[in-house]
Design a protein around this ligand. Structure first.
Ligand code: PMV
Length: 333
């Protein structure tokens, strides 16, 4: 048995990947910029052995075992294992055990941490030597584009590229560059009805898609300037615009996708209220109802306590900027 384990954090997209230029290769239609989070993570062990007659995938979450049912994500896991086997020139089947310390598939980018942890652990188990660029490309090919950004810590740019070898993530600034914090408010921990993969596929049916691509390209220039100058106002206004652009495309797809709940809308208004009162914070959402409030460490505690008494908020995670995916000796089997 050869095995290795990795830990990887999700990332929150400041500008969003929504819609694919090439589905087979997971090539996006725009560049995207993100911040890698700390505190919440996926921990994965991958072992290859001749004693396995087929791949076994076990995905656990905070509440224990959530099953090894073969659904879409598991198929993507098996396909990624096939890519790894091809590179290492081996037929050995694998066992994968993966644990999240936060709810999966609820708009907290669990696929980003899951597929980056899987790839980093798989590459190490098979003793493949890879640069960060190659790791980022291989992670992207697993089908979760956002995972390509979690290879790096800090603030990350995923260049869309025109071909597979050009589409990968690089670090713009390390985690210490700016003390930003993502406060995640979990209003619903149930699995989303439509996966982000379905959302990407439906994006082409939205009449707003082309405009979003143009707007996101401009937003990326703004975000790079905001990060460089640590300009929270510019950053915040741009990420809110990015959130609305993504969800406008989703809502105007055929059939429409509505990821928000009433609680989501209430929290959007409350964030704007807090801002009026001088608490500098901004909101973004991925493909789910759970708000991410972006602020600096100065306001983080105050904002978290503000929402502590809101009964709709079932859980709160305060996530400062984190590091990229890394190997650990702590094996899950
Ligand atoms: O990586 P995927 O296929 O799960 O898609 C991610 C989509 C968003 O989280 C909504 C946006 C992003 O860029 O992370």
């Amino acid at each position: 048995m050869i095995k290795a384990s990795a830990i990887s954090h999700p990332n929150i997209a400041f500008s969003k990947y929504w819609g694919m230029a090439n589905e087979k290769l997971t090539l996006p239609e725009t560049d995207s910029i993100s911040m890698t989070l700390s505190r919440i993570f996926t921990h994965t062990t991958v072992g290859f052995s001749n004693k396995y007659s087929q791949d076994e995938v076990e995905i656990r979450n905070e509440s224990g075992l959530s099953g090894n049912v073969i659904h879409q994500v598991d198929q993507r896991v098996v396909k990624q294992l096939d890519r790894l086997r091809k590179l290492a020139n081996t037929q050995k089947k694998a066992k994968v055990v993966s644990i999240n310390n936060f709810p999966a598939d609820a708009g907290i980018a669990s696929s980003a941490s899951a597929f980056s942890a899987l790839t980093v652990a798989g590459v190490a188990a098979l003793k493949l030597r890879m640069s960060k660029k190659e790791l980022s490309i291989l992670t992207r090919l697993a089908g979760s584009g956002s995972a390509t950004r979690s290879i790096h810590g800090g603030f990350v740019l995923w260049k869309k590229g025109e071909s597979s070898t050009e589409s990968y993530a690089t670090q713009i600034y390390g985690a210490k560059h700016w003390d930003l914090v993502d406060i995640i408010l979990v209003v619903s921990a149930t699995r989303k009805r439509k996966t982000s993969l379905q959302g990407h596929q439906l994006a082409t049916s939205s009449p707003l898609r082309r405009n979003r691509i143009e707007a996101t390209t401009k937003n990326n220039t703004r975000l790079l300037a905001a990060l460089k100058n640590k300009d929270l106002k510019l950053l915040g206004n741009t990420i809110e615009n990015e959130m609305f652009l993504l969800h406008a495309v989703a809502m105007s797809s055929a059939p429409p996708l509505l990821y928000w709940s009433g609680d989501t809308v209430e929290i959007i208004h409350e964030v704007w209220e807090l801002r009026k009162r001088g608490v500098e914070c901004y909101i973004t959402l991925d493909a789910g109802p759970n708000p991410h409030i972006i602020t600096t460490s100065k306001h983080a505690k105050e904002i978290e306590s503000h929402f502590a008494s809101w009964s709709m908020v079932k859980k709160r995670y305060i996530c400062p900027v984190g590091r990229g995916a890394f190997l650990t000796d702590n094996h899950l089997f």
